[in-house]
Design a protein around this ligand. Structure first.
Ligand SMILES: [Zn+2]
Length: 416
């Protein structure tokens, strides 16, 4: 067993400790035994291997300069205003199953979620310079963050909690809708997160209210979120479902819980009763504080999905850097859907082969990344395979959403 307290991530740990209600130890080195030395080396090996293999599949090299650089592909153009646009004519009505809005929680001043800003500052702010940052589509997407970008990300993460993030101020509803328009996305699921803070922790209500006020409810589908240690979690789920939520986001790394912890069972059961899918952040991203990686190993999801077969679970990022474990996991559990966000081109191809496109859901993880980054990968991999393209971009999500008992958005939001 290796206990690491990652110093570089001290600031993020501080933020996460605040997120956890100021009640959890900072980067404490616990001895749960739920992550092993072998797990740690597998992640390091995955990072090495994907770097070596990038560009070596039958799809060739796909490295671009910034998101704007994607205009080199036949699917995109830069319009007269300098915006990247998808120009493919026969796109299906795309559903993006993984987006977020600007985060302002704890002490951070609120964001005007209805503001239109000059440009979006994605957390991977690849178009900040001209030419843009190197963008490799054949590695796990966050491998494109360099050290400087990661420091900025840490700073902005804290800003979202304490002083307000300049980046988050651009993560607004009109900006999301404009990027959806540029990329042919019809509808997006907007996933909030309950951070477990002592106060200033109501992203789900803030975001649902913004969607409601802007009359964007046809295109932006709100999600719900509860913190597993919230004593009112069950009532909260019912309340958020009544406000129109279409899925429940749970993030084991940020919320610091093991998905198979029995304390989660009532939450999964309630999601089953409400007819709402559970959207998990799944697998290790490789850029989160090392302490938090123990929560998202794929084997920790096994009992949750195995014991709640009437609930649909989405594994966001298709297991991220643990995709090699996530594929057999999804094969074992027919109630698991895979969000494809983050996976590189060759992995996406493997996911189609191993699981079938009808289990895969398009997701951009906006505003971390431009929607076009994931769209480009899907278009490249599904060239000449219209059925797979249709399923990933629209069909799978349409089927999953059709089973959701959606309540109409309420105009008045009862506040707790
Ligand atoms: Zn996300």
């Amino acid at each position: 067993m290796r206990f690491v307290c990652d110093r570089r991530s001290f600031l993020v740990e501080m933020g996460l400790a605040a997120m956890a209600g100021l009640g959890l130890p900072l980067a404490g080195c616990d001895s749960s035994g739920r992550i092993t030395e072998a797990d740690v080396s597998r992640l390091a090996a995955q990072k090495r291997r994907e770097r070596e293999r990038s560009g070596k599949s039958r799809f060739g090299v796909h490295r671009y300069q910034g998101y704007r650089g994607l205009a080199e592909l036949p699917y995109f153009e830069i319009d007269p205003r300098g915006r990247l646009k998808c120009v493919l004519e026969d796109l299906p009505p795309i559903i993006d199953f993984h987006t977020h809005l600007g985060i302002a929680a704890l002490l951070a001043p609120g964001i005007d979620l209805l503001a239109d800003t000059e440009r979006v500052r994605h957390f991977l702010d690849c178009d900040a310079t001209n030419p843009g940052c190197p963008l490799d589509l054949d590695v796990y997407i966050n491998a494109n963050f360099d050290e400087q970008d990661l420091e900025t990300l840490e700073w902005e993460t804290l800003g979202q909690l304490f002083w307000g993030s300049d980046f988050a101020a651009t993560h607004t509803l009109p900006n999301l809708l404009a990027e959806m328009d540029d990329c042919g996305v019809q509808r997006s699921l907007v996933l909030p997160i309950a951070l477990g803070l002592p106060f200033g922790d109501h992203l789900a209500d803030d975001w649902t209210a913004a969607i409601d006020t802007s009359n964007a409810g046809e295109r932006l589908l709100p999600g719900a979120s509860v913190h597993p240690r919230d004593p009112d979690a069950i009532a909260e789920l019912g309340r958020q479902a009544a406000l129109g939520a279409r899925a429940v986001k749970l993030h084991p790394a940020v919320q610091r819980f093991y998905p198979d912890d029995p304390e989660l069972d009532p939450i999964y059961e309630e999601c089953g009763r409400l007819g709402l899918p559970v959207f998990f952040h799944g697998g290790r991203a490789g850029i989160e504080p090392e302490y938090n990686r123990r929560f998202t190993l794929i084997r920790h999801y096994e009992a949750a999905v195995g014991e709640h077969r009437n609930v649909n679970f989405v594994l966001g990022h298709a297991g991220a850097r643990d995709v090699a474990d996530a594929i057999p996991f999804a094969r074992r559990h027919p109630n698991v859907w895979m969000g494809i966000h983050g996976q590189g081109i060759a992995k996406l191809d493997e996911l189609i082969d191993e699981l079938g496109a009808e289990r895969l859901l398009f997701g951009s993880d906006w505003p971390f990344y431009h929607v076009a980054a994931t769209l480009a990968k899907v278009l490249i991999v599904t060239e000449g395979r219209p059925e797979a393209r249709q399923a990933i971009l629209a069909g799978s999500a349409g089927r999953l959403l059709a089973g959701v008992r959606a309540r109409p958005l309420l105009r008045q939001l009862p506040r707790t």
